[in-house]
Design a protein around this ligand. Structure first.
Ligand code: AMP
Ligand code: ZN
Length: 499
């Protein structure tokens, strides 16, 4: 497929159907993704979104688009329950951990980057995430080069954005806050097929918080350090007084500031369809008098087998570390995500993850056996089918089926492996390394470890675990991690993987 005649179909949420992707500029795509709020340990539900849109980004680049992408870190103003008058998630965690909000944000930005890196999620600019990025020292310019945007780096730009909306007559101010006045943007309710009643119930409580708020759907652009937020720790001067930005204005400001006022694609979790994204639409309209985003794409959630959303508060969600402790390689989790299209809700169970693991390991092991040191030219027929599946709303399950088909085919090993490695440019499963090194994961059992220091730490860790001294066991795990080893606990003992 040449650059000129590609037809990519994507599901656009406002249209409720697949549409042909026609970017503003031919062969160039701008894409903004709502990224994590950095206040806690991410779980495998949160990570799905990042892996899904990593695949979408890799796919767009593979199909020949010049992709410019930004993903944000929200480190201020995102309130609990996503409401305007909740508690700031980052500040709440700072109180819990007895530290300040910036340290919390730094700690969890490091944590999410490390989690993404382990899952082979690329920086938004398409380069691999480096190990041990020194987050507190990163400048705004350095983040920008990689495609990341940290909300607290953009406060002056947010103030300018609000000023624009204000100058266009879409705001009003109370003692407590500056609001977006929804009555000035009637299209608000139409955009994502909003259910006004549901929204009113959700925000009824907030009206009590500020009696001067006119309409339940109006939302905060700038919250003043007043009333409930008198002691808000993160605060800045503004034309409306000392305070902090609303969550929604952050995304409008960073997306338009970094990608311009005509953006092709905006992504996020399906939970953002009801409030966060309509609010961004309203703000963008308020600032520019036209829609900014051409296509909205949303990924679905991961649920338990009983149908509950995986969530930290329900204590039903595994973290990456817990997956690791079960001896499941990261790439098996990535494979597991790819078994569903990003728009399909997933029902998670350890058994389903383990069955993905076994398909992944069998596939890699079969390919590794076939590898004879030579890599040929990819099969045109398979590459065409691969591109067709990508162009069909990034249909990863079809691609995994195609991969399986290819593995079983009697195509020569050199061509087969070359084709698989082409697929992996989008799948991101580290297949080159595992195929050429001869196994899905190089897990080394205790008996085969040569390094005496490593062996000694593992021996001490085994004693600590027998004595149920989990903090010592964790400290020893961390010590090994610093030396570049990951420990996997299996029924028959400890294994290590060199990172
Ligand atoms: P939270 O920290 O719970 O607000 O989650 C942050 C983001 O992760 C949400 O906005 C969702 O888009 C995503 N997320 C949370 N839970 C899940 C889940 N179970 N499945 C998929 N995505 C999730
Ligand atoms: Zn956002």
């Amino acid at each position: 497929m040449s650059k000129e005649n590609k037809t990519v179909k994507i599901y656009n949420t406002p249209d409720k159907k697949r549409v042909t992707l026609i970017p503003h500029k031919e062969n160039e795509i701008t894409m903004y993704s709502c990224g994590p709020t950095v206040y806690n340990t991410v779980h495998i539900g949160n990570l799905r979104s990042l892996v899904n849109f990593d695949v979408v980004s890799r796919a767009l680049r593979y199909l020949g688009y010049d992709l410019k992408r930004v993903v944000n870190f929200t480190d201020v103003g995102h309130m609990s329950s996503d409401s305007d008058f909740g508690e700031d998630k980052v500040e709440r965690q700072a109180v819990k951990e007895e530290t300040d909000p910036i340290s919390i944000a730094n700690k969890y930005i490091s944590h999410v980057l490390e989690s993404f890196r382990k899952l082979n999620v690329l920086n938004p600019n398409g380069t691999p995430i480096q190990k041990d990025i020194n987050v507190p020292d990163m400048t705004k310019e350095e983040w920008t080069k990689l495609g990341w945007a940290r909300a607290t780096d953009y406060i002056p730009e947010m103030i300018d954005f609000i000023k624009r909306i204000e100058a266009n007559g879409h705001t009003y101010e109370t003692e407590q806050a500056v609001y977006f006045d929804i009555s000035t943007f009637p299209a608000y309710y139409e955009f994502f097929g909003q259910n006004l009643e549901e929204k009113q119930v959700a925000v009824r409580e907030e009206v009590k918080e500020d009696p001067k708020k006119r309409n339940p759907a109006d939302f905060v652009l700038w919250m003043k350090r007043y009333g409930k937020y008198k002691n808000h720790m993160m605060h800045w001067n503004s034309p409306w007084g000392d305070g902090f930005p609303g969550w929604h204005i952050e995304c409008s400001t960073m997306s338009c500031g970094l990608l311009g006022e005509y953006i092709d694609i905006h992504t996020g979790g399906s939970d953002l369809i009801s409030v966060h994204h309509p609010n961004e639409v309203a703000q963008n309209w308020g600032a520019y008098g036209h829609h900014v985003i051409k296509y909205w794409i949303h990924n679905e959630f991961v649920y338990t087998s009983k149908g509950d959303k995986l969530s930290k508060s329900k204590n039903n969600a595994f973290t990456l570390q817990e997956i690791e402790e079960l001896g499941i390689p990261y790439m098996a989790l990535r494979w597991y995500y790819l078994t569903s299209n990003y728009r399909t809700p997933m029902k998670f169970s350890i058994d389903s993850l383990k069955s993905s693991q076994s398909v992944y390991e069998n596939s890699v092991n079969r390919l590794a056996k076939e590898y004879n040191g030579k890599i040929g030219k990819p099969s045109e027929e398979y590459i065409q089918k691969f591109k067709d599946a990508l162009s069909d709303n990034f249909n990863t399950p079809v691609i995994l089926a195609l991969l399986n088909d290819l593995i079983k085919s009697n195509i020569s090993s050199e061509v087969k492996i070359a084709t698989v490695l082409e697929f992996d440019k989008v799948l991101g499963l580290d297949l080159e390394q595992s195929i050429t090194q001869g196994a899905a994961v190089k897990e080394i059992p205790y008996e085969k470890i040569k390094d005496k220091r490593v062996k000694e730490i593992l021996r001490q860790r085994e004693i600590a675990r027998k004595e149920k001294d989990w903090s010592k066991s964790d400290a020893l795990r961390d010590q090994l991690a610093e030396m570049g080893y990951r420990v996997i606990d299996k029924e028959d003992g400890q294994y290590i993987v060199k990172e």
